[in-house]
Ligand binder design. Structure first.
Ligand code: PHE
Length: 360
């Protein structure tokens, strides 16, 4: 009997130690201590023994029962600790994560600057006009007082399309946003106040030039418009855009076939260890071309220059973005590099407003 119990004990303790899950352990418990378990059956069999044998065998069985129960409780505690550790590892919660979902995607600096410009000019009473990227000679050149064989045509490094097989006409990718001036003046009656932002194309490529780039055009047509209006408008725009009170500007006489007089506009700046500070210092930075709309341009659009005058200006949108947000290379603007966009892009929920801050 005692030999038999030793054998049973070894077997049961071995099974308990080997059980790898709570379910396996429970199966061992049922097999040993369940109502029909190995130990329970033996306890029931005690009644068949003589009284003196019964006491001894009963004591031995109860000791075994107790040892097995203790071993099961010990193993259960071990398995539960392991299970808890596993859950803590797999169900770990990072309490430093933001409470709301992280906004995905960034606003490209060009889109951001465009939104800023639309906001500023809307406040000044301008609306947004658009024109096609594929233009004809008339809108891109002739109507802008750049006749055929005019040297300004060579200056534009134009991309031409294949000539039309029937008419021989060669359409082109617009080299500036100025054709939108023409389209607007031909389509609507003055007074006109528009900006025309958009893509432009020239066969040119280096750190600050890409074959496709962006410009923003401005056009105002009304009665008795003069250079003072142009200056006031540019001052309001550039101060708001660069977020500098009373930004100092310099008008340099220049030449554009479609404006007379023409001026290139510089703003005061300072370079400080690779950083550009706008609005103070002894340096000047060219930001745009401008002038009074040439009478011939008004005539091409069916407007009487004796009645209507106006001013126009054109600036590089990408260049404005580079100056305001401190980028030195233009090429990554068009490389769709997500790491670059993550760094230089803007929060989609942070819409620029004059009241709330344009570029914050
Ligand atoms: N279209 C000119 C350019 O691309 C800029 C400009 C626009 C100048 C309007 C004067 C008036 O360089």
């Amino acid at each position: 009997m005692s030999h038999d119990l030793d054998e049973l004990k070894r077997e049961l303790l071995n099974e308990i130690a080997k059980s790898g899950t709570l379910e396996e352990l429970e199966a061992v418990r049922v097999r040993a201590l369940g109502r029909k378990g190995l130990i329970s059956e033996r306890l029931k069999g005690l009644g068949r023994l003589a009284a003196d044998q019964r006491r001894e065998a009963g004591a031995a069985l109860n000791r075994l029962k107790q040892e097995v129960a203790d071993a099961i409780a010990g193993r259960r505690a071990e398995l539960e600790r392991a299970e808890l550790a596993r859950r803590l590892e797999s169900e770990r919660l990072d309490v430093t994560l933001p409470a709301r979902p992280v906004p995905r995607g960034r606003i490209h600096p060009i889109s951001q600057v465009l939104d800023e410009l639309v906001e500023i000019f809307a406040d000044l009473g301008f609306s947004v006009a658009e024109g096609p990227h594929i233009e004809d000679d008339f809108h891109n050149f002739t109507a802008l007082n750049i006749p055929e064989h005019h040297p300004a045509r060579q200056m534009h490094d134009t991309f031409y399309l294949e000539p039309d097989p029937e008419t021989g006409e060669r359409r082109l990718l617009r080299t500036h946003t100025s054709p939108v001036q023409i389209r607007t003046m031909m389509a609507q009656k003055p007074p006109i106040r528009i900006i025309a932002p958009g893509r432009t194309f020239r066969s040119d490529s280096d750190a600050t030039h890409t074959p496709m780039f962006h410009q923003v055009e401005g056009l105002v047509i009304d009665r008795d418009i003069h250079m003072g209006h142009l200056k006031g408008c540019l001052e309001a725009w550039l101060s708001a855009f660069f977020e500098v009170d009373a930004l100092e500007m310099r008008f340099r006489p220049s030449y554009f076939p479609f404006t007379e007089p023409s001026a290139e506009v510089d703003i005061r700046c300072r370079r400080e260890g690779g950083r550009l500070v706008i609005g103070e210092g002894d340096d000047w930075l060219e930001v745009l071309g401008s002038g009074m709309v040439h009478p011939k341009v008004l005539e091409h659009c069916g407007l009487d220059p004796a009645e209507w005058q106006g001013f126009a200006f054109g600036a590089g949108l990408d260049r404005l973005a580079m100056l305001k947000y401190g980028m030195t290379d233009l090429r990554p603007f068009f490389e769709a590099d997500l790491a670059w966009l993550e760094h230089y892009g803007f929060d989609p929920l942070d819409v620029p407003t004059l009241a709330g801050g344009l570029g914050s």
